[in-house]
Ligand binder design. Structure first.
Ligand code: NAD
Ligand code: WQD
Length: 363
């Protein structure tokens, strides 16, 4: 553990300075790399590129004006390979993004989801323990709440996951809570994100999933740029203002800022703490379509189709606990998410395909 300057420029003693990021090539992970590099952290990144590409790191370095550090292509379930990374580097804390995240796919491939999301997390925990690393920020999800009903949901809302993806995150949360109970030195900050969206304002980084996007915002962006002919709106017969489902969209840069703030809070002591990350305001599917249309200056073609199985009418965060605990509040609105997502999509109509790679870290 070293002293490093925090974002206020005041040295923060006792906070981690070298952070291992799993899934750092992914949508949220790559933006987190920028945020952490911007704030003086040394990074070690591991990713198997199952839903990302190594090209992203050249972009991260261009934005941050710094080298990412060491980047390893590995599957976090490969304990030997992961252990070798911990042998080689002195890691203070881990930010764990690596997971499979598509709800629909999880219903078709439940074992793969449990294996990667739960097995990957237990593999990581055992390697961390072997190497005396006990500080973890974990990516959880609002999907653990399932169909919890209307109104902002706080962290005391009972978990009722309704699909293997959500169950895998809930299982991880329970494992992490148990590990913290039985291993007093462990500190886990578990962040339940609602709907992260948007992109880095530079247009260099954004959301570029393999295959057809499952999530609304990247799908709309690909329609706007002409890669897809129209959006299918899943249901307009919900009991909401315009009949389409309501979600709490959170700018990806606000999301990753919360992770950087989290790293300053291991100092609060061991144990597990769980926080929602959201704006606390709901937007319907049509609100997103209209906001994106305003951002790109053209209508988004869409058709209304039936409801998507497993979708719930409304999921909105009560995000007041994290504001009280850490003073973190999101600052960017839906218009900014659409503007930044459109900027990235316009500059990169085919995502990262064909862009430059940085040299790989040598084994
Ligand atoms: P993403 O798919 O873009 O990023 C995940 C990264 O993990 C990818 O780069 C992928 O290649 C990597 N990965 C997957 N399995 C791996 C393995 N076995 N070993 C090493 N790397 C592996 O997803 P994201 O949107 O950036 O999500 C990051 C985290 O946040 C995930 O844990 C996800 O469940 C969680 N989350 C995401 C959302 C969302 O809407 N994006 C919402 C709530 C929670
Ligand atoms: C948003 C709204 C769709 C696509 C999922 C996970 C959640 C979290 C975020 C990981 C819904 C509608 C979507 C489309 C549409 N991820 N939609 N047409 O389902 O709220 O949440 O991603 O943890 O856990 O469950 O996000 O972006 O898929 O959908 O009409 O082509 O847009 O029905 O109402 P969702 P989403």
């Amino acid at each position: 553990m070293r002293t490093r300057p925090n974002h206020t420029g005041i040295p923060a003693a006792g906070t981690p300075s070298t952070v291992l990021v799993t899934g750092g090539a992914g949508f949220i992970g790559s933006h987190a790399c920028v945020e952490l590099l911007d704030h003086g952290y040394e990074l070690i990144v591991v990713d198997d590129y199952s839903n990302s590409t190594p090209q992203v790191f050249a972009r991260v370095e261009r934005i941050a004006g710094r080298f990412v550090g060491a980047v390893y292509e590995l599957d976090i379930r490969d304990r030997r390979a992961l252990s070798a990374v911990f042998d080689r580097h002195s890691v203070d804390a881990v930010v764990h993004f690596a997971a499979h995240k598509a709800v629909g796919e999880s219903t078709r491939m439940p074992i793969q989801y449990y294996d990667t999301n739960v097995g990957g997390t237990t593999a990581l925990l055992s390697v961390m323990r072997e190497h005396g690393v006990h500080q973890l920020v974990f990516s959880s999800s609002c999907s653990v709440y399932g169909d919890a009903g209307r109104g902002p949901l706080d962290e005391t809302t009972p978990a009722r996951p309704t699909n293997p993806y959500a169950t895998s995150k809930w299982l991880c949360e329970q494992i992490l809570a148990d590990v913290c109970r039985r291993t007093p030195e462990f500190a886990v900050l578990c962040l339940r994100y609602f709907n992260p969206a948007g992109a880095h304002a530079s247009g260099l980084l954004g959301e570029d999933p393999h295959g057809t996007p499952d999530n609304l915002m990247p799908y709309v962006a690909q329609v706007a740029v002409g890669r897809r002919d129209r959006l299918r709106v899943f249901g307009d017969d919900y009991a909401t203002t315009d009949g389409t489902a309501i979600r709490d969209y959170l700018h990806v840069m606000d999301t990753v800022e919360a992770h950087r703030v989290a790293l300053d809070h291991f100092i609060d002591g061991p144990g597990m703490r769980v926080f929602n990350l959201g704006v606390g305001r709901g937007s319907s599917v049509m609100d997103v379509v209209n906001a994106f249309s305003a951002a790109c200056g053209r209508p988004i073609p869409y058709e209304v189709v039936g409801r998507r199985p497993g979708d719930v009418p409304e999921l909105v965060a009560d995000a007041s606990a994290v504001a009280r605990a850490w003073g973190w509040r999101p600052t960017r609105d839906l218009a900014a998410m659409c503007r930044d997502s459109w900027h990235f999509q316009q500059l990169n109509p085919h995502g990262y395909a064909g862009s430059a790679r940085r040299p790989a870290t040598k084994e």
